[in-house]
Structures are given as C-alpha cells and as structure tokens.
Ligand binder design. Structure first.
Ligand code: SF4
Length: 699
C-alpha cells in the first residue's frame, strides 16, 4: 500500500522537512512538509527532485577489498586489524578519520567516540572544516561557545537583512524564498547583499556592494567606527554584557576612510548608504556564509560582524542578530558531537582538562585524546608525508573537494591503508580505496540532523538499503567491537546512540555549556521515531517553537560576558603578476557538492550542463575571449583546468568564478579545487577557497 514518511532533505543547511510518498510499485514522490518550521511546505529545485536521484546507478552494493567482493565480516576484520596494528606499532596519531557534514549525528557520534575516546587520538576532522569552521571559531571567541543566537523567523521579523558572502538564492534557496516573500509583503524590509559577484540573490537587494575579495573586515571595522560616531551604539548593553569594546573600537577607528575605500573597492556613497541603513535600523540581521568563512581571514570576518551586533545590542532579540548559514545538512549536528579535530562531544573542548575528564568518565574511556588533532588540510598533508598510515574516509569526496586536490589525490593514492564508506562505488575517492564499504543512503538510513537555526530533525527511512549497504554508525560500531571495545559500541539502533548523545549533553552540565538536549536522554525507540523537529536548548516539558540566546547576556565566557575582538583588516595579496585574476569558487543552484546524487536527475543537470568560468565582458574582450570560448586557468599549485567562458557583467572586473561541482571522467579537467593552494585561516584552519590568484588564457 502507498504510504508517506516524514523526513528531512539531505542537501543544504536550511534543513527542510520533506514528505516522501512511496507508491505500491516502489516509485517515490517528494513534497515539502507543511508542518516543518524550516520550510512550512516549501522546497527548492534540488529538494523537489530528490525522487529522481534514488536509482542504483553506480551504487556500492557490497564490501570490496582491493576491488574484489568480500563479506562484511572479512572487510570489517581487515579494517579493525589494520587500524589496531598501525596504532600499536606507530601510535594512535598514525591513523585518522575524515568525515562529512552529510553524515547523520548518530554516525558522527560513534566516529568521534571511537577515535577520541577509545583510539585516543583527535585525528578526526570533517569536510565541515571547509564549510563553517571560521564561524565556530568566531562564535567561541565572541560568545564563549559555538552558538548561533537567532533563528530563521528573525529574517522575517527584521527591517534590515544583510547577506555577506552568501548567495542565499542558490545555496539556501528556501530561506531565500521566505525572505523574498516577506520583502514582497513588506517592502520596508531592506536587503543588502555584500558579494564581489552580482548573484541571483542580488535580485531582491536594495543595495549590492560588490566588495573586493576579503575586504569584509575593513568594511565591518568601518561600520563599527561609524556606529560610534553616529551615536548608534547601545552603551548600557556594552557595559552590562561585553568586554573589550574600547580596544576594538580604537583599532577600528584607526582605519582611515581612504584605507576603507582601498580595501573594499567600493564607492564612498555606497559605503555611507550601508552604514546609515545599519545604524538607523534596530531590527537588523546579518547572515554570513562561505564568502566569509572560506577565507584566510575567516574568523576575523565573523568577529568583525559580531562586533557590530554586540555594539548595538542586536543579539538574540526578535529580528536581530549575527547569523551563520551552515552549508551542509548536518554541519551543525557534527559540531554537537565534537565532529571537528579541536572539539569534544557535546560542545566540550579537548584543550580543557575538566571537559576531557568529564567525557572520559561518561564514556568509561581507556585513552581519551589529550590534544587537538589534525585539521582537514593538515590531515591530508600528514597523509602525504607518511605520518598518517591508515585513513578512513566517510561520505565525502576529498579528491575533488579539498584544496590542492591533485596533491590530496596523490596522498590518498600513496597511503598504505585507505577505507572509504560511501553510497557510490565510482567517486574519485572511492576508486582509491583499499577497502570500500557500501553505506546506506538518504531514504534508507535513520538518524537526526541539525540545521542552521539549531533545529534537530529526524531523517527517516522509507525504503530498504540495496544489496549489502549498511549505515555508517553500524560500520564504525562493528570496527570498534572488533578492536576490543565491545561494550562501548554495543549499539543496536540509532535511537540508542541518540539517547546516549543526549545524556552526555546533560552530564554534569549544570548550565555550564550551551548545548543541552538532556530532555531526550531517556528517549525510547517509539519517542525517537515520533520525534518532532525541535531547537536546542530544550528542557524537559518545553514546547517552544523558537528559541534565542543572549537577549539579556548570559554568554558562555566565565564572566558571562561577550568579547569584542580586535580584527585585522589587512587583506592578503593573492594576485601576483603571473596570476592576475582572482578566482572565486562556489555552488550552482541545482547541483550539490561533487554531484554524486544531483547528477542523477536530468532536470537538475539541465540547469547548467557543464562547468564554466564567469568573466566580466571587459576582461573577456581584453583577452580576445568570446562567450563559450574554451579557456585555460592555471594557478600557483601548478594545476590547470579547461572550461568555457560565461561572459557576464554580474562578475566583477578582475575576478573569475568557477563552480566547484564537476569531476569524473568527462569533466576531469574542471576539478577547480586543483587550482586552490592550501592556504588556511590561522585560527579556524578553514581553507581560502574564494580568493586564488589565477592566469586566464584562450585555449
Ligand atoms: Fe533541501 Fe536546502 Fe532546498 Fe531545503 S533549501 S529543499 S534543505 S536543498
């Protein structure tokens, strides 16, 4: 009989609720869930095409070892034996896990428990390092914890929404739909877009600031100085709830207006217009995404934005706040279980001995990690130089998505032992695996995800996993048991894992941490099955549909106060004589990451059929390039790619935009991340994927 299952979209961080209708013949149709508070029934092109991506083409259906089919027992034994032997011969830091914001929270929890609590290393990082690590670091510096203060409703309650480094129209489409609908209803709501490109998102902007790459810190430092001059700061909020204002203002005010013009490349009139709008509008939300995070100044950019919200007291109140938009469906859930190499579960810190002790006792851990592990870029460098000898990659495709992707590919190819867990057998990374473990995919597995507004929702299965595919949490628990940790990994369902995760969040917490879902610690299978989306923090018995942090202070630094942070305005010089154009990479509307799922939908692939290099008409003319001409791009990594031009005035002069998705045999020359050098933010370790010097020449 046909039946419907409520679940959550597996793509972006908006985290839309989805209803999958399964017909008697097995056909699946998808519609938005009208009851889900992220989308209230809306879906974007990718979400609505999910039913077209469920075929078995290219699926990994059974475990393989060196390309030959093996039983699960044989494959898991080999993984456990090889990791155990490597650890005993070379130490725990000779192995590593590389995870993904596509994983469910339960998968992430088990992986972190195994690596940090039982192997005793923190060499576990994730592609979320490429996505929002700078926001995590910025939140921790300002608030004392990685906390997003507001929620989606704030965008509809605001009178000014500033979008910085965010093509929300394509990358968070349903949130954009909500914002556009509110603006249509209430034209007094103003939208400012700060982005070097005039993207689709700019179509609803009252003001588009085509800022120079990495000019954001200078702009927001300038805004802070203007807010003081204009008398628009909230002195009582600053005095009651913050520290560090005087030094931060003094540093910001030392920037001359001429320096500001130079750093941002913006006309003076536009800067003044933006400053006046922000100063005059109490209900202001500033959303930021990869244009802020994916930068060697990413953490300072985040704090420069937060500084302006703290100075005006516009934090955690309806229609107010800085708002990090996470790229991936479960980047936030990964953070909750300590998915990054410098974090512990339940938002605790590896560097904090009390936190380590608390987690060690909760897990009855024999060897808790004592220090932060290698962040993503460092991890693959350690694979390349032989420090990492056994690597397990789950649900991600670093051969395409990491900076300096050719070097990453060579490192993985030379690593003595590589395990890949994936739903597809044919990804660029899966092809380098010694052991390939078939993973259950969306619609087949069960667990939870957390979206950008801290809302935890269920992903529910509505079809059987094909062949011998199994959930990632099960794979890791089986390896944990085989490594001698049977009791700690005796999970029989994701509901058990979720209950343990919730219990840890409340363990000796006493309100000392922001993340607490202890109300769910006793959730049984039936409660878990019926779980309705909720925002944390949520105490037992609470039913609030929306929550905010910090309206009245209560920050997570020891003194309860937020920190103003002095932010460096010096934008790095990446454009050199040999590489005179600035390459910016990013998403297109209808594809997701390396297209392992979205390429299955002809409808989605029809939007933009091949990779391209957006270039301004005057730059194209100066190089003698027509529209759709083949060009060769090269960078300091020594790599080159070939793509067709897309000549458009939406692109700013001197800049090139190339989408990040394409890979594989037919478009292997368009793996754009081969051009990106391994430059990272020194605080967050997030790579600078949007500011790369390249040369452009006709092919
Ligand atoms: Fe999925 Fe994001 Fe589209 Fe919502 S906006 S349907 S979560 S891709």
């Amino acid at each position: 009989m046909a039946h419907e299952v409520k679940t959550t979209c597996p793509y972006c961080g908006v985290g839309c609720g989805v209803i999958a209708k399964v017909e008697e013949n097995g056909a699946v149709s998808i519609k938005g869930d009208p009851d889900h508070p992220a989308n209230y029934g809306r879906l974007c092109s990718k979400g609505s095409a999910l039913g077209e991506t469920l075929d078995l083409d290219g699926r990994a259906l059974y475990p393989t070892v060196d390309g030959k089919r093996q039983s699960w027992d044989a494959a898991l034994d080999l993984v456990a034996e090889t990791f155990s032997r490597t650890i005993s011969e070379q130490g725990p830091d000779s192995v590593a896990f590389y995870l993904s914001g596509q994983l469910l929270t339960e998968d992430y929890y088990v992986a972190n428990k195994l690596m940090k609590g039982f192997i005793g290393s923190a060499n576990i990082d994730t592609n979320s390092r490429l996505c929002m690590a700078s926001s995590v670091a910025g939140h921790k510096r300002a608030f004392g914890a990685d906390t997003v203060p507001g929620n989606y409703r704030d965008l509809e309650l605001a009178d000014l929404v500033v979008l910085v480094g965010s093509n929300m129209g394509w990358c968070h489409p349903v949130l954009y739909q909500r914002l556009a609908a509110e603006k249509a209803k209430r034209p007094g709501l103003k939208v400012v877009v700060i982005d070097p490109r005039r993207t689709a998102t700019s179509d609803i902007a009252d003001l588009h600031l085509s800022i120079r790459p990495d000019g954001d810190v200078a702009l927001f430092n300038g805004l802070l100085a203007h807010l003081v001059e204009a008398g628009a700061i909230d002195q009582s909020y600053i005095a009651a709830h913050t520290t560090g204002f005087a030094e931060t203002f003094s540093a910001a005010a030392s920037q001359s207006f001429a320096d500001l013009l130079d750093a941002t490349g913006l006309p003076a009139m536009q800067i003044r217009q933006f400053f006046q709008m922000f100063a005059a509008t109490e209900r202001s939300v500033t959303c930021y995404s990869q244009g802020v995070n994916q930068s060697s100044l990413g953490t300072d950019k985040v704090n420069a934005i937060i500084n302006c919200h703290l100075a005006t007291g516009r934090v955690g109140k309806p229609g107010c706040g800085p708002f990090s938009l996470t790229g991936q469906p479960n980047a936030m859930g990964g953070r909750e279980v300590g998915g990054l190499a410098n974090m512990l579960a339940a938002h605790m810190e590896i560097a904090n001995p009390d936190d380590r002790d608390r987690v060690r006792r909760f897990w009855a851990s024999p060897s808790i990690a004592e220090k932060p592990g290698l962040k993503a870029v460092e991890m693959f460098q350690a694979v390349a130089d032989g420090r990492i000898k056994a690597l397990w990659i789950m649900s991600t495709n670093p051969v395409v998505s990491m900076p300096d992707a050719d070097a990453v590919k060579a490192a993985i190819a030379a690593c003595p032992f590589v395990v890949v867990s994936d739903i597809q057998a044919d990804t660029d990374t899966a092809q380098l695996a010694h052991v390939l473990l078939p993973a259950a995919g969306w619609g087949e597995k069960s667990g939870t995800v957390t979206n950008s507004e801290r809302r935890i929702s269920r992903q529910r299965p509505f079809k059987l996993a094909p062949g011998e595919a199994r959930p990632d949490w099960w794979q890791m628990a089986e390896v944990g048991r085989r490594m001698g940790f049977a009791e700690a990994f005796a999970y029989s369902s994701p509901a058990e894992i979720f209950a343990e995760h919730a219990s840890l969040s409340a363990f000796e917490n006493h309100g000392s941490r922001d993340f607490d879902i202890g109300a769910y610690a006793t959730a049984r299978e039936a409660d878990y099955e019926a779980l309705i989306p909720f925002q944390w923090p949520q105490q037992a018995g609470e039913t609030a549909s929306e929550s905010r942090f910090f309206a009245n202070g209560g920050f997570y630094h020891a003194d309860g106060k937020a920190r103003f942070i002095v932010c460096d305005t010096a934008a790095p010089e990446r454009v050199k004589a040999d590489f005179p154009f600035t390459l910016n990479t990013g998403r297109v509307r209808d594809h997701w990451h390396t297209m392992t799922r979205t390429a299955k939908s002809a409808r989605l692939s029809a939007h933009l059929a091949e990779p391209f290099a957006e270039i301004h008409p005057l730059d194209a003319a100066s190089l003698g390039l027509a529209d759709a001409a083949l060009v060769e791009l090269t960078s300091e990594t020594g790599a080159r790619i070939l793509v067709r031009t897309l000549v458009t005035a939406r692109q700013s002069r001197g800049s090139i935009f190339v989408p990040m998705h394409w890979t594989g045999e037919t478009a292997s020359l368009a793996r754009v991340d081969t051009l990106v050098p391994s430059v990272t933010d020194p605080i967050s370790g997030q790579p600078a994927l949007k500011h790369v010097g390249v040369s452009v020449k006709p092919y």
